[in-house]
Design a protein around this ligand. Structure first.
Ligand code: SF4
Ligand code: SF4
Length: 152
C-alpha cells in the first residue's frame, strides 16, 4: 500500500494504523483549533474565543498557508505529532480527538457526508463566526469568549 492510498473507511481504523495521507484526510478543516484560547490563571481551565489566527481563510474555510504554517505560526498545532496530552484541549468535535478517544466521527463529517454542507449546517465550521486576530487587540480576547454548543 502506498502512503497516499486512502483505504475504504480508514477513519474507523486506529489512528496508529493510518498512513500520512489518511492522517491528513481525517481533518474536517472546521477551523476550531485555529481559534485563540485563554487559560484561566487560577484553575488553569482553557476557554475558547472567536478570535482566529490571521492565516485562516474565512472565505474558503481553511488554513491559508498550510504548507508554510510552521514557519508563519510556530505554535500552530501539528496534527501529525499530536498526542494524548495535546488532544484533551481540542474541541470535542475534532476528528483526531474523537478517534484518539475511540469514538466514531459524527455523521456530518465530510468523509461520511460527502461534502462540507452537513458540517456547515450543523454549525461546526467557524468561518461565518470567527474574527481575525488582525482586528482584535490581544488584551481584548476575553471579550470574545465562546462556548461550544453540544452537537450530540
Ligand atoms: S479541530 Fe480537528 S478536525 Fe477541526 S480543523 Fe482542527 S484538527 Fe482539523
Ligand atoms: S497557521 Fe493555519 S493551521 Fe495554523 S493556526 Fe493558523 S490558520 Fe490554523
Amino acid at each position: 500500500m502506498s502512503d497516499s492510498t486512502l483505504r475504504e473507511k480508514f477513519w474507523e481504523l486506529p489512528l496508529t494504523d493510518l498512513n500520512p495521507a489518511e492522517w491528513e484526510a481525517l481533518c474536517d478543516h472546521c477551523g476550531r483549533c485555529c481559534l485563540k484560547k485563554l487559560q484561566d490563571e487560577d484553575g488553569g481551565d482553557i476557554v475558547w474565543t472567536r478570535v482566529i489566527c490571521r492565516y485562516y481563510d474565512l472565505d474558503e474555510g481553511a488554513c491559508g498557508c498550510y504548507s508554510a504554517r510552521s514557519q508563519k505560526v510556530p505554535d500552530c498545532l501539528q496534527v501529525s505529532t499530536m498526542n494524548a496530552h495535546d488532544v484533551h484541549w481540542m474541541p470535542d468535535t475534532c476528528a483526531y480527538r474523537l478517534r484518539m478517544e475511540g469514538k466514531s466521527l459524527f455523521d456530518w463529517h465530510p468523509l461520511l457526508a460527502g461534502s462540507k454542507q452537513a458540517m456547515e449546517e450543523a454549525g461546526i465550521t467557524v468561518k461565518d463566526k470567527a474574527l481575525s486576530e488582525d482586528h482584535v487587540h490581544p488584551l481584548g480576547y476575553h471579550e470574545h469568549v465562546i462556548r461550544w454548543v453540544n452537537v450530540d
